[in-house]
Design a protein around this ligand. Structure first.
Ligand code: GLC
Length: 517
């Protein structure tokens, strides 16, 4: 095994903290850094190796903090830079690494660069963005990432580009100052002990300067332009100035070869596996997805990642409880019937799958509690800017965590939480689940603990087309029954962990086990 294969990001369990919703320490109904510090014990007990912090920077919160006004400070709603530094230190003391979230595609319209750019047509900062002269028609008819148009008018009538909301003007990555600024931001956080960087919207940075329309069969004007790879090569050189730092890309890319380009040896260390996240609960499709993932990553020598949920997608307890178990932004399933019992059963099995496949596993906060999507948020309480443009709100997966007690706010805060928590979450709190061997939380704790005893390597075991079974080394196997009926377990010494009750030596449907061979 080379040094690179044994680096921490190759097989880490990485827990995504969504700071607004983890824990509130100052009673304003919004989670904050001191709340995370106070509840670091939860992450230590869970056994995670690293935390990925969604953005905590000063922000007008037009997109929940993904509209950054200053990359070198902390928003007062979350705390201070000193609190962030203390969190990094305390996490390190607990053996937990910290990944910070950097958003290079755009800044907030309140960022000093954009403010300077709109203050005067001669400002040098204007070239840091995509301005086009005032005209009746927008420069392009592109559809934005949240739906809707991608151009808005600056006060002087000129157009500026934003692939997301008008409050998120896109940066011009052709400009050397933009490149230099972000390399400096990386160093700022690496110098403060950050162990990794999650790169937001990593494939969108470059735009075709001629601004062509999006046409079938022609190169896309703003998705995955080749020039982006030079930026990540430069970032890799910065990361390599420090020991053991990782760059992890948010790359939504259906074409596997285009995706793995980001993972070439001199580019990013890892990227989120959205192919797996969006995959249906189906033995044939899942097996194909796993094979595709392993082959593609082996080809570039990068570690695979396994992701079931995050702050942008419908929670997987809900997804797996629907008839259509896929996820994609274009396919809005809101309000379609959900069988939460079935979804929970499958989510438990999925945990044993994602925590035993070779590579790193991401756990989105609340997934370890078996939380489902809150689909009952009133329209006037919704905050996500995607809702107005696409009719789907990501707020349902961003609801504050239930820690203790029988009713909202479940120990999250002393105030009313910024998004409502379901009354049915009283048995999903950390307190209620701790010590209950049948709880999702204890399943995750046990799985993360036992994960260390898996071997290296990966080989499929043939248990029929509708059973996903594989070994990790000579002594460990995972078996997931995706057929409609119970199946016999392969020969084994002991059952280490099961996602649900076994029926003697039979593995019920939608159930997974870890076996000692
Ligand atoms: C990424 C983030 C998402 C955000 C968007 C714009 O996809 O995960 O939450 O809205 O980028 O920054």
């Amino acid at each position: 095994m080379s040094a690179k294969d044994s680096a921490w990001w190759c097989d880490a369990v990485i827990y995504q903290v969504y700071p607004r919703s983890y824990a509130d320490s100052d009673g304003d109904g919004v989670g904050d850094i001191d709340g995370i510090r106070a509840h670091l014990g939860h992450l230590r007990d869970l056994g995670v190796d690293a935390i990925w912090m969604s953005p905590w920077y000063p922000s007008p919160m037009a997109d929940a903090g993904y509209d950054v006004a200053d990359f070198r400070d902390i928003d007062p709603v979350f705390g201070t830079l000193a609190a962030a530094e203390a969190l990094i230190t305390e996490a390190h003391q607990a053996g937990i690494k910290i990944i910070v979230d950097i958003v290079p595609n755009h800044v907030s319209s309140e960022h000093p660069w954009f403010q300077a750019a709109i203050a005067s047509p001669d400002a040098p900062e204007r070239d840091y963005f995509w301005f086009r002269p005032a005209s009746e028609r927008m420069p392009t008819a592109w559809t934005g990432e949240f739906g809707g148009t991608t151009w808005s008018k600056a006060p002087d009538g000129s157009w500026y580009l934003h692939l997301f909301t008008p409050q998120q003007p896109d940066l011009n990555w052709e400009h050397p100052d933009v490149r230099a600024e972000f390399e400096d931001i990386l160093r700022f956080w690496f110098d403060r002990g950050a162990d990794g960087i999650r790169i937001d919207s990593a494939a969108l940075l470059f735009k075709d300067k001629d601004l062509p329309e999006v046409r079938d069969g022609e190169p896309h004007p703003f998705r995955d332009l080749d020039a982006v790879h030079d930026v990540y090569r430069a970032w890799r050189r910065v990361a390599d100035e420090y020991p053991d730092r990782a760059l992890i890309g948010e790359v939504w890319m259906p074409e596997v070869d285009r995706f793995t380009n980001y993972l070439r040896p001199d580019e990013l260390h890892a990227a989120f596996n959205f192919d797996f996240l969006g995959c249906a609960w189906d033995p044939y499709l899942m097996r194909a997805c796993i094979d595709r993932t392993l082959d593609a990553h082996a080809g570039v020598g990068a570690p695979p990642t396994w992701v079931l949920s995050n702050h942008d997608v419908t929670r997987h307890v809900t997804r797996y409880g629907r008839t259509d178990t896929t996820f994609s932004f274009g396919n809005n399933l809101d309000g379609t019937p959900v069988d939460l019992e079935l979804g929970t059963r499958r989510a438990r099995a999925a945990a044993l799958l994602s925590l035993s496949l070779p590579g790193a596993t991401y756990v989105y906060q609340g997934e370890e509690l078996g939380l489902w999507e809150n689909e009952n948020i009133a329209e006037d309480q919704m905050q996500d800017p995607m809702y107005a443009r696409r009719g789907h709100s990501r707020d349902g997966c961003r609801v504050p965590l239930p820690w203790s007690g029988d009713e909202p706010p479940y120990g999250f805060s002393t105030a009313t939480p910024w998004l409502p928590q379901p009354a049915e979450w009283k048995d999903r709190t950390v307190q209620a689940q701790t010590g209950d061997p049948n709880s999702m939380l204890e399943l995750y704790r046990a799985a993360i603990r036992l994960r260390r005893s898996q071997g290296a390597g990966f080989a499929w075991l043939d248990r029929g087309a509708e059973v996903l079974a594989y070994t990790r080394g000579p002594r460990f196997a995972c078996v997931l029954n995706l057929s409609g009926a119970p199946v016999p377990l392969p020969e084994h010494k002991t059952c280490l962990l099961a996602s649900g009750p076994l029926d003697g030596d039979l593995l019920p449907r939608d159930t997974a086990v870890w076996l000692r061979l």
